[in-house]
Write a protein that binds this ligand. Structure first.
Ligand code: F6P
Length: 344
């Protein structure tokens, strides 16, 4: 089947993107497709910036973090004339289909190109935040949480030597999955999630004092999306998709100050930040990236437009893009109750 297929990666990068690009290209070659890479997400389509994409470009990238196509948070539906420019590039390049890899924002744009403009689009879910609906997991999450878990363990070592409270601030935006998994896997004593905005400072402080008294390093994992009580919020900075930019809010530091004051125990914090998004993907993310990429090529071959390859149980299936982008997948009360069991 001779189809020309464009591939782009949008939004924040994460480990697993390169295996996914490799997966779609390798499987696409089985179908006889020709590929073209769009540079830096939707910006590549707006500006007509392309990259060669074939076996030579993808044969060595299974273990590489980042994305060989580059990425951006460009939203063509936000700027006058950008949608028309995308459609013109689509035509000029002679694309029969486009595979868009991304999270809620990137796939939201893909959905609109499909529903409002009838374009032949297939999605691949990606986000280290794991907050995309309609798929059990997204690649990037496993690597990001593994790195945060290792960072937390290092903090515990130094915390033990100094008898300090240690705080790790992790990414995850407005969903607490990264903090939740990091907290459970690193044996944290208190984990703060954006889904639970009413922080009980007295209960948290009492608990940390109790833990400290029995000679355990009191470890706190805080999601970047929380609000620390008593702290005045600065002006909100929004991205192209209208989402609050969370960097530099300093919730880790604010917590350290608060807890030192409330408990009388010395506290230190660390922010893992973009280190969580780099480095080689874990085995899980290599496998998931490869599988969802492979499935995306099959969806193109079947002409099953407006779908995304999703992990359901242990199967990778096609699901409507609209299901994935309608609502954010956030941490449920059941998970919060599970977490509470480990705050003793
Ligand atoms: O959505 C992924 C993510 O890593 C979030 O967890 C984080 O808030 C954001 O991206 C950071 O974005 P940027 O790379 O633009 O600073």
């Amino acid at each position: 089947m001779s189809l020309k297929v464009g591939v782009l990666t949008g939004g924040g990068d994460c480990p697993g993107l390169n295996p996914a690009i490799r997966g779609v290209v390798y499987r696409g070659l089985d179908h006889g497709f020709e590929f073209v890479g769009l540079e830096e997400g939707w910006r590549g389509l707006v500006e007509g910036k392309t990259l060669p994409l074939g076996l030579n470009e993808v044969q060595h990238i299974i273990n590489q973090g980042g994305t060989i196509l580059g990425t951006s948070r460009t939203n063509p539906f936000k700027k006058e004339g950008y949608v028309e420019r995308c459609l013109a590039t689509w035509k000029d390049l002679g694309l029969d289909a486009l595979v868009a890899m991304g999270g809620e924002d990137t796939l939201g744009v893909a959905t609109r190109f499909y529903t409002e403009h009838g374009q032949h689009v297939v999605g691949v879910p990606k986000t280290m935040d794991n907050d995309l609906s309609a798929t059990d997991f997204t690649f990037g999450f496993d690597t990001a949480v593994t790195l945060a878990m290792e960072a937390a363990e290092r903090l515990v070592d130094t915390g033990r030597s100094h008898r300090r409270i240690m705080i790790l601030e992790v990414m995850g935006r407005h969903a607490g999955w990264v903090a939740l998994y990091t907290g459970i896997a690193s044996g944290a004593d208190w984990t703060l999630l954006p889904e639970n905005p009413d922080i009980d400072v007295a209960a948290m402080s009492d608990h940390l004092k109790k833990v400290h008294a029995r000679n355990k390093v009191a470890l706190v994992i805080a999601s970047e999306g929380i609000k620390v009580p008593g702290v005045e919020e600065g002006k909100e900075e929004l991205d192209d998709f209208g989402h609050m930019i969370l960097r530099n809010r300093g919730v880790g530091e604010q917590l350290a100050q608060l807890l030192e004051k409330e408990t009388g125990i010395e506290a230190r914090f660390a922010v893992i930040g973009h280190m969580q998004r780099g480095g080689p993907p874990t085995l899980f993310d290599r496998m998931l990236g490869t599988r969802v990429g492979y499935k995306a090529a099959d969806l193109v071959a079947e002409g099953d437009w407006g779908k995304m390859s999703a992990l359901r149980g242990n199967d990778v299936i096609g699901v409507p893009l609209e299901e994935a982008t309608g609502t954010l997948k956030i941490v449920t009360p059941e998970w919060t109750r599970f977490l509470e069991t480990f705050s003793k």
